[in-house]
Design a protein around this ligand. Structure first.
Ligand code: SAM
Length: 205
């Protein structure tokens, strides 16, 4: 079994849009207790790397030595820098302009299941969820290689369309879905950005 029921959501998302492949480097945001990490480790195999980040401590995995964990707050730049380091990326380390054009992000997939502590007031929880989703998007743009994929949870609400439109600009296409495993939590939506268009340095960066 897995550490969390959430594991089955990631399986469904991966079946739908094939975001996890052999040998991939995957960064998982909001990863505790670690169900998604277990699924990702299975999918990427021995030659892959899985990095999990959470505010909470994530217990060590006896069965998976490809998983590395970081305890930290993804809304803090310090944590984002640690994640980039762990993924082996120097985002502006590409040798030539041609290299930069092609790609230089270290990650093949950035996946985020981050959710706020529930206050019970939906509009507040929804706004916090969207804020976390936007943080995940920023991180994905810093980390993803060209062609890489992005998965992000967000609670449905007023500004989600605008967020989706922003994600659409950076990927070949975006699909929105509510996995069966999460339908009881009816406000949860996952956006899947497939195929990062151009990673790395862009004008103005
Ligand atoms: N995908 C996980 C699994 O399969 O076990 C479940 C994730 S749970 C639904 C959401 C997680 O997001 C919580 O563990 C929470 O601590 C984390 N989280 C919320 N805000 C965060 C932040 N600012 N930085 C890092 N993690 C955060």
């Amino acid at each position: 079994g897995y550490r969390s029921r959430a594991a089955y959501k990631l399986k469904q998302l991966d079946e739908l849009e094939d975001v996890l492949d052999r040998g991939d480097t995957v960064v998982d945001l909001g990863a505790a207790p670690g169900g998604w990490l277990e699924v990702a480790a299975e999918e990427v195999g021995q030659n892959g790397t899985v990095i999990g980040v959470d505010l909470q401590r994530i217990k060590d995995f006896d069965d998976h030595d490809t998983i590395e964990t970081i305890r930290g707050d993804m809304t803090q730049e310090r944590t984002r820098d640690r994640v980039i380091d762990a993924a082996g990326g120097t985002v502006d380390g590409a040798a030539s302009a041609a290299d930069r054009e092609r790609a230089s992000g270290p990650a093949d997939a950035v996946i985020s299941d981050m959710a706020p502590n529930m206050s019970g007031e939906y509009s507040l929880d929804q706004a916090r969820s969207l804020h976390l989703a936007r943080q995940a998007f920023e991180t994905a743009l810093e980390l993803l290689d060209t062609g890489g994929d992005f998965v992000v949870k967000v609670f449905e609400g007023p500004d989600v369309d605008a967020f989706r439109a922003d994600v659409e600009e950076e990927f070949q296409y975006v699909r929105a879905t509510s996995p069966k495993a999460s339908r009881d939590e009816s406000s949860e939506l996952y956006l899947i950005g497939k195929g990062r268009l151009t990673a790395s340095v862009r004008p103005g960066d």
